[in-house]
Design a protein around this ligand. Structure first.
Ligand SMILES: *Cc1c(COP(=O)(O)O)cnc(C)c1O
Length: 362
């Protein structure tokens, strides 16, 4: 346990004897069985892959550990990325662990508080770019090419290699691939990586099945569904607010080879799923993560019954990344009371045991 992705899946990764054994405890995330949604949707086996349990609280760590280890091996002193937030948090953490400088370019005013706090805490240089994510990626790509800086976005193939290990873990736990995998799609690195992982495990005889890959974009940021880039992508789910995905081709391959689908969900559907996950499953996820769950709900309600199927939803990141959103959506905002038993009891609408006839419940 806790040995990290490089060690655990070494034989599937592009490692050499010179690749440093980097890890801050990524991978081996829980696969949790649904307690509520499965019954609601009539699915026999529904699991959530909790990628928010990684060291920086998103799946980005799986790919970042490989990308940064390879950057060390190649002698880079600096890593750079464009980010909607989670890539920068992860790059900053692994950069710190590796003793490298980290530079992150983020779209100004559009990064969740928790993610920005992480990048700053790990000591990265954070540059707020007056533009969107696609602008930031363009600048980062050109800068990395011109300087001896390692780009650690998912255009870096080492990222995809690391991220595919999540598919291995699902098969290792379930004993086979699921029938369907639901996953949010932004830059499309993750859907590309999962499909590569499932394929490799299948080809190597570790899995009998291949899953149908079911990717979901937000309605206002759905270039793959539209078949053309979206110039001003809009959605509450900032981690998938991307108008021109770097791994577009990979997403299409995953969809077509797996006989899957890439669809859209509205922000309202995303927020409903976000609340349902927290309130009914006890799983506090990012809004972007809820897009996959919203996609599952939409798919089943459209008449595609999944009885008898094994389904996995990838919960890509932790809800604590964006505490402000949770507060905004609260049905029960925090209340206030004096530090007095009677007063709190009154607030709760119950008598206090042992006073004024309250007594014990029988
Ligand atoms: C990066 C990210 C996504 C989107 O993944 P892509 O590989 O860009 O498609 C979804 N959810 C969270 C929480 C993310 O950090």
């Amino acid at each position: 346990m806790g040995e990290g992705v490089l060690k655990r899946y070494a034989r599937y990764l592009p490692l050499t004897p010179d690749t440093p054994a980097l890890s801050i405890g990524e991978g081996e995330t829980p696969l949790v069985r649904s307690r509520h949604l499965a019954g609601e949707l009539g699915i026999d086996e529904l699991y959530f892959k909790l990628e928010g349990c990684n060291p920086t609280a998103s799946f980005k760590d799986r790919g970042m550990v490989v990308a940064v280890a390879k950057a060390m091996e190649r002698g880079y002193g600096t890593i750079m990325c464009a980010s909607t937030g989670n890539t920068s948090a992860s790059a900053a953490a692994y950069g710190a662990a590796a003793g490298l400088e980290t530079v992150v370019l983020v779209p100004q005013g559009n990064v969740a508080e928790g993610k920005l706090s992480q990048a700053v805490a790990y000591g990265a240089r954070v540059i707020n770019l007056r533009g969107n994510f696609d602008d930031a990626l363009r600048v980062a790509r050109e800068l990395a090419e011109a300087r001896s800086v390692c780009l650690v976005n998912s255009v870096n193939p080492d990222r995809i290699e690391g991220q595919k290990t999540a598919a291995f873990e699902i098969v290792d736990v379930l004993g086979d691939a699921p029938d369907l995998l639901f996953i949010p799609v932004g830059n499309a690195g993750n859907i590309t990586a999962y499909w590569k992982g499932f394929r490799e495990y299948h080809d190597g005889g570790n899995a009998a099945r291949l899953p149908r890959m079911m990717g979901f974009q937000a309605e206002g940021a759905a270039p793959i569904v539209a078949g053309k880039p979206v110039e001003h992508p809009q959605t509450i789910a900032s981690a998938i607010r991307i108008g021109n995905p770097a791994n577009w081709e990979g997403a299409l391959t995953a969809r077509d080879e797996s006989e899957g689908d890439i669809g859209t969900v509205s922000d309202a559907e995303i927020l409903d799923a976000y609340k349902l996950m927290a309130r009914r499953e006890g799983i506090f996820c990012e809004a972007a993560s809820a897009a996959g769950v919203a996609g599952l709900i939409k798919h089943v309600r459209a008449g595609n019954g999944l009885a008898g199927r094994t389904v996995v939803c990838v919960i890509t990141g932790h809800g604590l990344k964006d505490p402000g959103l949770a507060r905004e959506l609260a049905d029960h905002p925090p209340e206030e009371a004096p530090a007095d038993v009677e007063a709190v009891a009154r607030l709760l609408g119950e008598a206090v045991p042992g006073t004024s006839g309250g007594g014990h419940r029988s």
